[in-house]
Design a protein around this ligand. Sequence first.
Ligand code: C2O
Ligand code: CU
Length: 455
Amino acid sequence: TMATTETPPLLPVGDLPTGRALPALQKLKNQSNPAGQFQATLTAAPRTVQFKPGLDTVVWAYNGQTPGPLIEIYEGDVLEIRLVNQLAQPTTIHWHGLPVPPSQDGNPGDEVAPGAERTYRFALPAGSAGTYWYHPHPHGHTAEQAFMGLAGPLIVRSRLDPLAGMPEQHLVFSDLKLGADGKVVGNNDMDWMNGREGQFVLVNGALQPVITADGMQRWRLWNMCNARYLNLSLGGQPFRLVGTDGGLLEHARAITQLLLAPGERAEIVVMGNSEVSLQALAYDRGMMGDAPPPQTLTLAKVTLSGGATRPIPSHLRQITPLSPGGAQKRVVFSEQMNMAGGVHSMTPLVNGKSYDMNRVDLVSQRGVVEAWSLVNDSDMDHPFHLHGTQFQIASRTRNGQTVPEPFLAWRDTINLRPNETVVIHVVQPQAGPRMFHCHILEHEDRGMMGILSVV
Ligand code: C2O
Ligand code: CU
């Protein structure tokens, strides 16, 4: 027997309206007067919305918005966000990718009880300009809170941005699994095993919106899906990759496809003079059981209408390669298959263990560059994520063969294909506990997570 795939009848994909203009993300308003400070409140609460006109859907939203409001700040600013928890379960806010102190990072075990509140406070250091996001991280409830709608984008800007002045668009991808009754459907056993994919992939909360680009544009992209991989293509048209999770690359790179694993972000520059579809091309991530074969999805219709272009500066940023000082670590993702009571299930593990909030799994010295070997010893892709810092990829081997890594970049999330080993160079600037885990949120909740203690 297989794990249960039982699910209530789903809302047909054709039932949601398509083709409206891409909704702009609403910005979180700064309530502070002094320059260099950003103060605001995020209230996590249930809210009723209508994705299908006339059909109520209860989501969990920050300030009533899903995706959550866009936080835009500058390097050097101090951010002070009050979280008010109006959910019926504990929550936290994790600042994905930002080097915030461990006490302010919304770790599991540092939860805000239902009805309670707390304030997160931290400064954005120089050099942190990039494309980040925030989402809950309470252990065992992260996947549910994210798929109910709690996740939002965050941009740290630099006052010396080589692309300043280029028009920007922001594309937040999320997926939504709706029943025919309009309710968000809970996870079945297959969802826990493979990670959940909804039947609707939304861009800024809309199904297949229309994006208009007059002239050259900088797009920031966020994959906020729990488990869905987005192998992005603009109808085969070339575009330029200019940034990853942790900000700009050294040079723009012409590409036609970009794989964004769950949790990853990118910055691209688009231009052209045509009507194309923004698609997520079929990508086989090794799902188990009777998961349907991967499909190509249309995410948006894009009108590129020529207009003003200008050369992208040939040098965007200097990235100094990290050189490790000897310390090495190994992190192995694996899956343990179980057959209890005649039912197949899968336990995802890190270094052979399931997450324990009272156990320290690895210890690093603050300020010391280390080499970590990230090993995927399983049949499914898993995106590795480490809190508290950005890292660099040093090398990659798959089935024993070297896969060339063509450019230097700052990342906090990196996909591991089956039988792949990725060596990263990483340094933690602050002492305290840091999480590392698979960013398929169902795997994280099921224990594919460990604790790094930085001393
Ligand atoms: Cu985006 Cu530990 O998470
Ligand atoms: Cu995983």
